[in-house]
Design a protein around this ligand. Structure first.
Ligand code: IMP
Length: 429
């Protein structure tokens, strides 16, 4: 047994990066296995703030071997940009960052294809991050148009592939939007061949690297991107991302068996947030002077990747029971508790009313979820500033009660409570 997985139990943005950061000392590998540059994480490191969306958070710790697994989709310009951001910030990036030769590559035509559906207020829009994630995974699964990182390193092969793919993509894009300038296969090839040289020193057979690491007794930290409710199979489809965000994605997305993982940590934000469209029963959609806006402002709930204001709402224990079971978590961590200070009362959704009936099951269908009304349990809030709390006993009793109630509802131990972005603002239980 040699692995830990840190997974968000809501719709993403649960502040997983901080937990990864806290656990880095106990591990030798940090691995991403799903998603791409759609996963914004802000990491406060000393007096510096890094905004990463593609690289594993663990790359900030030079003792860790940071791995972008085969299940990730890679946008080379973003890879280069993030590496440069780190180097400029004084972080060493060399052999400690590797990228799977099997990871699929996002091309400019993927971004354009995504715009065809997402722009212009289409009622079929998902509200994506616009990073080409869905179209790239589509090409991976359809096989014919997929290009992998390893292919970028073979110039003649890459040219041949792009000469076949790009004209077909141009036809497709033109059929939907004739105003888009067609892509030139040669130009795309030259641009990506140049990126390939920047990627080359990092490209490896990461499956073998990870398996060798396991055999040598190294401990791996798997960083799930997005949240469990955005999982392609088990999330609120179609308002989900295109990958397996749950720990089940580790096996396919890295080549490491989930049987090797002995600690699955479910990360919960003290309230709920969601970016993009889709049902959200506990949403606080109460206008510019409402509580929702207050929480958004205090919690700085604006997307790291897109800057979009996040939708916010009360904690939903029905959804959390569903995701904590699916993710098979051993424990949960409670993030951003400080954001809720100053409220007279707090609400936790413990069941839904669906067609006049009470249910504690999370519906299988997104339309049914949209028809659910939350049934709340009311708790008394606290007015103290808790951002300086460093031990459980420093928390006001109403804050303790709130955390304990969620723990009871989920039947799971809370291992960390976070009361601010800084590493020190963490209570270990
Ligand atoms: P995509 O992953 O860009 O295709 O977007 C699909 C859905 O997942 C949209 O609702 C996005 O807002 C959401 N999403 C993708 N990545 C993240 C994330 O890291 N945090 C929160 N939501 C995300």
């Amino acid at each position: 047994m040699a692995g830990t997985c840190v997974v968000g139990l809501q719709w993403g943005d649960e502040a997983k990066g901080k937990i990864v950061d806290l656990l880095s000392g106990e591990h030798q590998f940090a691995v991403r296995y799903n998603g791409g540059a759609n996963a914004g994480h802000t990491v406060v490191w000393g007096n510096r703030t890094f905004r990463l969306s593609l690289l594993p958070t663990g790359v900030l710790h030079p003792h860790l071997q940071a791995v972008i697994g085969n299940g990730v989709v890679v946008y080379p310009p973003r890879f280069v940009e993030e590496v440069n951001q780190l180097i400029e910030g004084g972080v060493r990036v060399g052999d400690n960052l590797v990228i799977s030769d099997h990871a699929h590559v996002i091309f400019p035509y993927h971004l354009e294809e995504e715009k065809l559906i997402e722009s212009g207020g289409s009622s079929n829009a998902i509200g994506t991050t616009g990073r080409g994630i869905g179209p790239c995974y589509q090409d991976k699964v359809s096989r014919v148009y997929g290009i992998r990182v390893g292919d970028l390193l073979k110039p003649d092969f890459l040219r041949e592939r792009l000469e076949f793919i790009v004209p077909r993509k141009n036809k497709l894009i033109h059929a939907f939007n004739p105003s888009v300038t067609p892509f030139d296969p040669q130009q795309v090839c030259d641009q990506y061949s140049a990126f390939a040289e920047k990627l080359r020193p990092h490209v490896r057979n990461t499956t073998k690297l990870l398996q060798d690491g396991l055999n040598a007794g190294k401990r791996m930290l798997f960083e799930a991107a997005q949240g469990s409710l955005l999982d392609i199979d088990h999330g609120t489809f179609p308002y989900v991302t295109s990958s397996s965000t749950l720990p089940s994605g580790i096996w396919a997305g890295s080549g490491i068996s989930t049987r090797k993982i002995d600690r699955i940590i479910g990360v919960i934000k003290a309230y709920t947030s969601r970016v993009g469209r889709g049902p959200f029963p506990t949403e606080l959609d109460d206008g510019p002077d409402g509580l929702g806006e207050r929480i958004r402002k205090i919690g700085r709930e604006y997307g790291t990747v897109t800057g979009r204001p996040r939708r916010v709402g009360w904690l939903d224990a029905v959804a959390l029971r569903y995701t904590s079971t699916l993710a098979d978590v051993n424990e949960v961590t409670f993030m951003l508790l400080d954001v809720l200070s100053g409220l007279d009362e707090l609400f936790i959704c413990t069941a839904y009313e669906y067609r006049g009936e009470r249910t504690s099951d999370f519906p299988s269908d997104a339309d049914d979820l949209a028809a659910c009304k939350p049934i709340y349990e009311r708790l008394v809030g606290w007015h103290e500033d808790i951002s300086t709390a460093r031990a459980w006993a420093d928390l006001p009793s109403n804050a303790q009660r709130y955390v304990e109630r969620v723990s009871e509802l989920l039947q799971l131990r809370v291992s960390y409570v976070s009361v601010g972005p800084d590493r020190a603002q963490t209570i270990i239980r």
